[in-house]
Design a protein around this ligand. Structure first.
Ligand code: ADP
Ligand code: MG
Length: 216
């Protein structure tokens, strides 16, 4: 079980108001699968991904990653498990603006306990020529591929991507989907939150969230 959630709940409380963002979601993603998490805005996609990534802690239920428990642990333990096994990618990008693309990758490599070796991933994603560029110098498509490079540079077993094509044109979106498929073919378990029809069509399976619940 590469990635598994058992009855995950996430409630937010502010004053007297309670938002039930995720209500009892169970799922399992196997190595080599590209699964799409779809659902309207506000249905809980980002909240669920954050619970799976361990950047947030569920109010109830359990998350397992590569046989280790992600939920119900300290933030430091979750961060360590995430660094070892999970790559994350968000629409807004996961690149530090004051570092070149190559230095962003080197930093993430070092955090993951690895050294050097950022050339292969850049070549793999077709952006070798942009290694020295600053993030603000990249086109939308290049930025998405650089963000994917950051997510994949430590060769994680699991990739969680939140609306990764939200700001891309159709050609760049199709290219990014090809890259995701190639990673899945090499054994990565991928979950992509998106309401793009092209992303839905590219998935092996589609999980639909409605008001915090998975629907058939
Ligand atoms: P999606 O990604 O599908 O658009 P979200 O997971 O962002 O949905 O949000 C699901 C629900 O949870 C929304 O009603 C949102 O307002 C609420 N929500 C998300 N994060 C918080 C938070 N930190 N505090 C309070 N409510 C939140
Ligand atoms: Mg969202």
């Amino acid at each position: 079980m590469t990635l598994r959630a058992d009855s995950v709940y996430r409630f937010f409380r502010s004053g007297d108001e309670e938002t039930l963002a995720v209500r009892g979601v169970s799922l399992e993603i196997a190595p080599g699968e590209l699964v799409v998490l779809s659902g309207p805005s506000g249905s809980g996609k980002s909240t669920l991904l954050a619970c799976l990534a361990g950047t947030d802690e569920p109010s109830g239920g359990t998350v397992w990653v590569e046989g280790g428990r992600m939920s119900g642990r300290t933030e430091a333990a979750r961060a360590a498990l995430r660094a070892r096994h999970i790559g994350t990618m968000a629409q807004s990008g996961n690149l530090l603006p004051h570092l070149s693309v190559a230095d962003n990758l080197r930093l993430v490599r070092r955090i993951g306990g690895h050294r050097g070796g950022t050339g292969p991933i850049l070549a793999d994603l077709g952006i070798s020529g942009r290694a020295a560029a600053w993030p603000h110098e990249l086109s939308g498509g290049e930025l998405a591929r650089a963000a994917l490079a950051v997510a994949l540079v430590n060769e994680p077993a699991v990739l969680l991507a939140d609306e990764p094509t939200g700001e891309l044109d159709a050609v760049s979106e199709a290219h990014l989907l090809e890259l995701l498929r190639a990673r899945a073919d090499r054994g990565c378990a991928i979950l992509v939150a998106s309401h793009s029809p092209a992303v839905r069509a590219a998935g092996d399976r589609v999980l639909r969230l409605d008001d915090g619940r998975l629907v058939a």
